[in-house]
Design a protein around this ligand. Structure first.
Ligand code: FAD
Length: 125
């Protein structure tokens, strides 16, 4: 679980009952928001609140904080993460259509390695 704002709903509706759960909140490395001359990068554990209030994003990619601002109320804002929001690919989710519209890409990592996939190849919009 990251922000546990989606998983808790799935579990409380008995749609999932995982035997084990792993709390990702001790992993601090992927919560960065950075920009250089060519790219803006947002880590998977960045919270909606981090995105909404980021001065880097306000300057470089203001559509992303504007999108985060529209997501639900304070609890979801303070806990929910971009990584799982994108991973869930909910048709009603705010970020996927923004990523596609901005020609964004996702860096996906597993024990087998890391690859980059265009957002347009991940989501049907
Ligand atoms: C009342 C309410 C209203 C909402 N309204 C909106 C809305 O208007 N727009 C919107 O876009 N969203 C909305 N959401 C969803 C919200 O954005 C969630 O926070 C988000 O979709 C899920 O993020 P999370 O970190 O809470 O995920 P979690 O619930 O923690 O995610 C759980 C699942 O994701 C996996 N996971 C977590 N992090 C990663 C990762 N880095 N890589 C791979 N898998 C990962 C976990 O293993 C687990 O399976 C709403 C949620 C609630 C509760």
């Amino acid at each position: 679980m990251a922000g546990n704002q989606s998983l808790s709903i799935v579990m409380s509706n008995r749609l999932a009952n995982p035997e084990h759960s792993i709390d990702l909140n001790g992993i601090t490395e992927p919560d960065y928001i950075e920009a250089d001359d060519e790219h803006v990068e947002v880590g998977a554990m960045a919270r909606h609140r981090d995105i909404e209030t980021s001065s880097v994003l306000a300057e470089e990619l203001p559509v992303l904080p504007a999108s985060a601002e529209q997501i639900s109320g304070p609890v979801v804002h303070n806990r929910g993460t971009l990584g799982r929001s994108v991973g869930e690919a909910n048709p009603a989710g705010n970020y996927p259509c923004v990523l596609v519209a901005m020609d964004g890409a996702l860096e996906l990592s597993s024990v087998d390695g890391t690859r980059t996939v265009d957002a347009a190849d991940c989501f049907v919009v």
